[in-house]
Write a protein that binds this ligand. Sequence first.
Ligand code: BES
Ligand code: ZN
Ligand code: ZN
Length: 506
Amino acid sequence: MNLGEIMKKNSDIWGLSLESWVAGAVALGSSQKSSGKLAQAHILPGKSAKIPKACETILKSWQKDFFAKKSPAFQMFEVESGPLFLLHPLLASGESELDAALKNSTRARFRDALGHLLQAAERAEVGALEIHFDADMELVSAGLVGLEIAAYKYKRTRKREPLKMALQVFNKGRAVPLKAVESAVNLGRGVNVARHLTNVPANDLNPETCANAVREIFAGSAVKVDVWDEARLKKEKMNLHVAVGQGAVVPPRLVHLKYRPKSGGKGKPVAIVGKGITFDTGGVNLKPSSGMRIMKKDMGGAAAVIGLFVWAEGVGLKVPLDGYLALAENSVDAHSFRPGDIITARSGQTVEIHNTDAEGRLVLADAMDVAVTAVDGPRALIDIATLTGAIKGALGASLAGLFSNDSKLSKALHQASQSVGDMVWPMPLYQMYRSQISSPFADVVNCSDGFGGAITAALFLETYAKKMPWAHLDIYAWRDSAEGAWSESGGSGQGVQLLAEYLESL
Ligand code: BES
Ligand code: ZN
Ligand code: ZN
């Protein structure tokens, strides 16, 4: 299956099939779409939950146990009508004392609980699933996002076989309108698009095939796609971007995504720049085997931007957006750039290369310069990038580092991250560390060997934001193991939910 075919716009292969969602009025039992077992799920606490007598006693004992131990927030029963699932997301693990500092969001609990439900239903070979909530719509939506995220499987998507399970959702005893379901699921779809692109290996995904995939995803939509090839990058004096890609067989590209709402857009656009290194060998400063193993994910920032635009277009976001994907492959070759090379950035700054493995900040610097100097310039600039190993050391895999020159933007992103459960933590742009990236030969070096690698990387980028309110997200973009709604390891779509939540708050 070629990538282009997989990327066809509106394809319903990312997670659940669009046909999975049964319109509210149709009872599942009578639906033609359902084959296999019919199952029910109740999301507790719920006044409207009609729990069959048969399992009430079991539930009582279970609940006692459950409240005492805070253990399983999830249970499956076999009743006459078929499997019955009971979930209590609010009692999901993570409510320990330590949460006083940083809580797992309630929405994340619903998302993860419903993600577990889908996996359990799949294991139980359920053909049709009726889900009953008794919660705010915001939490119902979060649950639906979790269902969609859990339905994504790399192999299934590759073979174009979406999970077929008829689903019907009720809240407080009433069917949730299909429109509401669609808009929630759309966010899960954006996350899954990012996950899938991150998972596609570098022998299939390079700057050219990635740009083509983006064209296909947005063909005929409200998102306009403009691709700059290497000749154009040279013309634009994007010498840093060109240098990073010059050792690869497939030359680098910059993809510009432009989304303008159909009517009544709110204010100036927000620009989002994604690091799109389709494979990072480290270049001449070659990475060791262990460090290189999963470097197909080094375009996870660009993948998040693509997923975000899928979401924005799908929900008809009111905020205008510009996305820039800085695509290149950092390869080892006689043409590769080297340590000591001095390269002039698009902004005019001279950069001495200290280490060719610090390539992400180079492609981002030129792409950020394009974003801030655009005629239809943005009100704010956000970059998202798998930039440093150091941030993973400091914050772990699920917390992204948030750096910003603007406290309002930083607070808004932090707030959005907490409420949606796509976590970030603010990090300092400590100016004293700038001395670590000074060069005797140029305006700056691209990195240092010193401590605080995530900070010096962010300081390097800060210059290219000029005076623009700017935030930098240093992400991992990957899950080393399946967890929560993420039913398999691999590309995580980190940042899509966060940015969607932030943009909705504007
Ligand atoms: N893509 C890597 C960063 C990375 C490594 C992200 C591992 C996630 C997991 C980036 O291009 C890189 O190699 N950064 C170097 C910078 C160093 C040479 C200053 C790093 O973090 O080691
Ligand atoms: Zn690198
Ligand atoms: Zn990299």
